[in-house]
Design a protein around this ligand. Structure first.
Ligand code: CDP
Ligand code: MG
Length: 744
């Protein structure tokens, strides 16, 4: 076993300036503890073929035990040499397709699906489930009779990139035979036979086509991710399969939840695709990291300087901002090192990545260079990048969590589960033996990480989904067929919120307003704001604001060398009234320049973010037409803010005597985010767009309001006592509609 080598000053290949700059890297560099990671080793080559005959022939009612797999010996000598990206490039599409593990099981798979209505597919990430199975079905004639094959993905980027890849494999233009559909973007036509879509989009399709009549097969992919939408889809498709006997269902998952899925789908057979995985050496830090971002950057450089090529690096970070920070710092350091080191190609991957950037992650690494992919947990299973030999795992993930009692929704950074950590490590062993560097201690891994992640349905706000289920006519939510049920109080909180928004009446039935709100692929607060813009005659402005809030990405960039200029530019857009109006003003000024890229650059604004906002805005405009709201424009900033308040009144916070912000209803202490234009003004009452928990609970995108506005837009929600000085008040008691009434 090769020890992870920390470079010191005597190592010739390390430029001396590097040592000087990186004090501490040479002498007391990171110390690693190592451990062999031996999960699921399958030997490739001839033996693999033999195994296939012996063990995997009858896959339908026999699955290989994980513990058994752990016993299988595997040494590096037996492994085939790693195929470099460049070599892979030489393979034709046909050869690449045939090289995937699923290929050997093509016929058996088709046989199985002809025989059974529902099949659970289990296979290692990268074995070809997502890209190949829909194609096999297509080739086997499952689209005859003009029916489609659908495949859901939990993430936008995955849906788009996979569709692009499959279109290429099929040899058609993206959007014709193979297409995709994601929120605010539909890239399909009548002729589309293989349709990739986000799970959220399929959920929306149920509104128009409750029996999924246009599909012959539906594949719910990445089932193990257990996203909220995927979990709801399980219940819906299971129900449909009962009366649509011709609809085939595939539930595919990367890890070992297959048995659970099988049980849920009335003991559906499990089709297991044996994956190839090479041994991955695991290293832990000896002591916890104080600054894990810095630790990550140093680790990247250490690997790059000491480890042989080829072998790309994959780093797991928590979000776009963090990725950009690392990208910038890394670029800077590489620049300082100059031509003395081999080229390092830095590529970011996150959910909101613009499509032109997505293509780049799959491009082969140039010879004599190394690729470092800075990713969120999207690269855990949804997106497979070839050639990764080193994984750096920081051990964190950004997650929403919902406190039903206080009604507060957070976006916070939490530690990952053991399952996720192992999945991440496994990414290093896809094309050859690899190494995984965990920036946490072995002790932390054993004692601080949960075994499995908590399914999203059990930790998130359900407002959106409840509204959707109600519009599908499913009123008995308590008895809905959940794989794992959400907490009762979360369901109640969702119903209460919808009631406060006016989407439900006191009997818990959808109102006309609720039905209009359900047309928007947005959360209920935003949908309500959009509908309310009709009353305040400011639809044009509200859809701009909604679009800008929805891009969920930084609008401004701050290059280190030009921070002062960037901040001056940023401040020049600040509008009285707050961040929402600032976003509006940015968009409108950009529009005046005829959506100029040059203008964005001059003002330190992310052109891509703006372009996406513009696309979303167009979509929202179309949706407004559907609910018959005429576009009207207004310059009245009070009317605009009242429309926003109509949706977000719940997020009211007031300044108390001690100079702190407290949420009006639940007395939560919160802070204005330092990036906000109201950070210094500190108005008496504000409404925030979202709460983000980092070191403190920060309100992001805030606007100034008057307390009587919330009574105007939601008279039943706040009692006058709520709107007095928050310091003089005790915790409010349970209020409003009784739960029993709402749950009927
Ligand atoms: O779904 P599963 O994880 O089993 O595998 P897949 O996504 O179908 O990927 C199979 C192969 O296609 C992998 O080698 C990927 O690298 C490749 N692929 C690609 O080249 N470009 C994409 N956009 C998606 C996958
Ligand atoms: Mg997949």
């Amino acid at each position: 076993i090769q020890r992870y080598h920390v470079p010191d000053a005597s190592t010739k290949s390390i430029p001396s300036t590097y040592i000087e700059e990186e004090e501490g890297l040479g002498g007391d560099g990171r110390r690693w503890e190592e451990e062999q990671f031996t999960a699921a080793i399958f030997k490739p080559g001839a033996k693999d073929a033999k195994r296939k005959d012996e063990d995997f022939d009858l896959l339908l009612d026999e699955t290989i035990d994980f513990a058994e797999a752990l016993q299988m010996p595997g040494t590096s000598e037996e492994l085939t040499p790693q195929l470099t990206s460049a070599e892979k490039r030489k393979l034709t599409i046909e050869e690449t397709r045939k090289s995937l593990p699923v290929y050997a099981f093509r016929e058996q798979f088709i046989e199985a699906i002809k025989q059974y209505q529902v099949i659970i597919i289990e296979g290692e990430t990268g074995s070809g489930k997502t890209t190949q199975l829909p194609q096999y079905l297509y080739e086997a004639g499952f689209c005859e009779g003009k029916k489609r094959i659908g495949c859901t993905q939990p993430r936008r980027v995955a849906a788009m990139s996979v569709a692009a890849r499959v279109a290429e494999e099929v040899g058609s233009k993206l959007g014709s035979t193979v297409g995709y559909s994601i929120r605010f973007e539909d890239c399909t036509t009548e002729r589309t036979m293989i349709k990739y879509m986000t799970d959220g989009m399929l959920l929306r399709e149920f509104l128009n086509e409750p029996d999924l009549a246009s599909y012959s097969v539906m594949m719910i992919d990445e089932a193990h991710e257990r996203t909220l939408h995927t979990d709801i889809l399980f219940g819906l498709v299971k129900d449909i399969a009962r009366f649509r006997k011709d609809l085939k269902l595939l539930i595919s998952s990367a890890t070992l939840d297959a048995k659970k899925f099988s049980r849920f789908f009335d003991d559906a057979p499990i089709f297991q695709i044996p994956g190839r995985r090479f041994p991955v050496q695991i290293y832990y830090t000896k002591a916890p990291e104080a600054d894990y971002i810095d630790a990550a950057i140093i680790s990247i450089l250490q690997i790059h300087l000491t480890q042989p090529l080829p072998g790309d690096i994959l780093v797991f970070l928590t979000g776009q901002e963090e990725i950009e920070t690392v990208q910038e710092a890394l670029t800077e350091r590489i620049k300082n090192l100059g031509s003395r080191i081999k080229e390092l190609v830095i590529l970011p991957v996150y959910a909101n990545l613009p499509s032109d950037m997505q293509v780049k992650i799959f491009e082969p690494t140039p010879p004599n260079a190394r690729k470092v992919v800075l990713a969120t947990n999207i690269a855990e299973t949804s997106v497979t990048i070839d050639g990764i030999a080193y994984v750096i795992d920081l051990g964190f993930v950004k997650q929403t969590s919902f406190d039903a009692r206080s009604g507060v929704e957070y976006l916070n950074v939490v530690t990952i589960s053991k399952a996720a950590a192992n999945q991440r490590a496994g990414r290093a062993g896809r094309t050859g033996p690899g190494k995984c560097f965990r920036l946490y201690t072995a002790w932390a891994y054993k004692h601080e990480l949960e075994d499995q992640p908590i399914p999203e349905i059990q930790r998130t706000n359900l407002g959106n989904v409840v509204l959707m289920l109600l519009s599908l006519g499913i009123h008995d939510l308590v008895h809905f067929d959940f794989l794992d049920p959400p907490p009762h109080e979360t369901l109640v909180a969702a119903l209460e919120h919808l009631f406060a928004l006016g989407a439900l009446n006191h009997k818990g039935m959808l109102t006309k307003l609720g039905r209009r709100m359900a047309e928007f692929p947005c959360d209920p607060s935003m949908s309500k704001m959009l509908v309310a813009s009709e009353k305040y005659e400011c639809t044009e402005e509200i859809i701009t604001i909604a679009a800008m809030l929805s891009v969920n990405a930084a609008v401004f960039y701050r290059p280190k060398a030009m921070i002062i200029h960037a901040d001056t530019a940023r401040k020049s857009f600040w509008s009285p009234g707050g961040d929402h109006l600032t976003l509006l003003s940015i968009y409108n000024k950009w529009k005046e320049t005829n959506f100029s890229m040059q203008w964005c650059m001059e003002n330190f604004i992310q052109y891509r973010t703006m372009k996406r906002a513009r696309e979303i805005r167009e979509q929202l405009k179309g949706l407004l037409e559907r609910v018959e709201i005429e576009p009207k424009s207004s310059t009245d900033t009070i009317a605009i803010r009242k429309a926003i308040t109509s949706g977000y009144f719940k997020n009211l916070a007031g300044l108390d005597k001690s100079g702190q912000y407290k949420t009006a209803k639940q007395r939560h202490t919160v802070q204005i985010h330092p990036n906000s234009c109201l950070f210094e003004d500190r108005p008496r009452w504000i409404i925030y767009y979202e709460l983000v928990f980092t070191t403190k609970e920060f309100m992001r995108e805030v606007m100034e309001v008057e307390s009587n506005w919330v009574q105007e837009v939601a008279p039943h929600y706040y009692k006058s006592g709520d709107l007095e000085d928050p310091t003089n008040k005790k915790m409010p008691k349970q209020r409003g509609k009784t739960k029993a009434e709402l749950m009927q």
